[in-house]
Design a protein around this ligand. Structure first.
Ligand code: AMP
Length: 283
């Protein structure tokens, strides 16, 4: 029988639990999530297990990273089944703060990330997003004080923003990026995939297929601009409303003209009905 993780909702018991884990197990790894957990999150937990004696998973649907027009209210929440899954994975602690534990009345401080947070990708379509992410992740780091924290490459710009923030603020935590977990047909796992209708679900893998085909063409020497133009057309032809398909420098996310400008990461976001999908791939 799997041991149920300790579930903590307020700061004071969290600090006590972390102190105990640190004494008993040495290092602490944190996997920040918004719950509605799937195999992508579980892979982060397995990576975390390899890197520290104790594994903490945070579950917090962060209101600060949603615009008023977005899906904060309807975002999937499956706390009980998340706990069962994390028990099976041997997670030690679930940090599931109440909204007032995270943002007590009068809360008025925020982190404003620059650099990769202003790359003109997700930030161009969700201008509130990275400020909300950076603020909550900085708080999670200060609350849990992890030695290492796992983030998915699925949210590639977010991974770069968090890595930059940790370095800029001298946060004593190692940020580790983990590979994207996918369905058999290539669709990146996401808590929001439950929003897809049957027909949209059939179309959804086109996004990854285009990334793969584009990466192969760039590797073979085709011009970046032409490959991106073809990729954009293919995504729209499949029925998506495209937000962006871009090729950027894999580290800085700055624009590149050709493959000679450095390792390229292709990044895309597109909407199918009410579902917004994002994905990315290295060339
Ligand atoms: P979320 O709950 O969507 O905020 O995601 C929590 C963490 O899980 C983030 O670091 C995500 O990048 C990561 N993640 C989400 N989906 C996947 C996936 N398909 N593969 C790997 N990591 C993922």
């Amino acid at each position: 029988m799997a041991r149920k993780p300790l579930i903590v909702r307020t700061i004071s018991p969290l600090r006590k639990a972390i102190a105990t884990f640190r004494k008993k197990h040495g290092g602490v790894a944190l996997v920040p999530t918004m719950g509605a957990l799937h195999e992508g999150h579980f892979s982060l937990v397995r990576h975390a297990r390899k890197r520290a004696g104790a594994v903490a998973v945070s579950i917090f649907v962060n209101p600060k990273q949603f615009a008023p027009t977005e899906d904060f209210g309807s975002y999937p929440r499956n706390f009980e089944s998340d706990v069962v899954a994390l028990s099976k994975l041997g997670v030690d602690l679930i940090w599931a703060p109440t909204e007032t534990a995270m943002y007590p009345g009068g809360f008025s401080t925020a982190i404003t990330p620059g650099g990769p947070a202003l790359a003109g990708l997700e930030d161009a379509f969700r201008p509130h997003f990275f400020g909300g992410v950076a603020t909550v992740v900085a708080k999670l780091f200060l609350q849990v004080t992890p030695d290492v924290a796992m983030f998915g490459q699925k949210d590639y710009q977010q991974l770069k923003v968090v890595t930059r923030m940790a370095r800029d603020l001298d946060l004593p935590v190692k940020i580790v990026g983990c590979p994207t977990m996918r369905e058999k047909d290539g669709l990146a796992l996401s808590s929001r995939n439950v929003y897809l209708s049957v027909e949209e679900r059939r179309t959804a893998p086109v996004l990854y297929r285009v990334l793969k085909e584009s990466a192969a063409r760039i590797k073979a020497g085709d011009a970046l601009a032409a490959v991106l133009a073809d990729g954009r057309a293919a995504i729209e032809k499949a029925g998506f409303k495209l937000d962006y398909l871009e090729g950027r420098h894999a580290e800085t996310l700055e624009p590149v003209v050709s493959a000679a400008d450095g390792p390229i990461r292709l990044l895309a976001a597109a909407r199918l009905g009410r579902t917004r999908l994002i994905d990315n791939l290295g060339v």
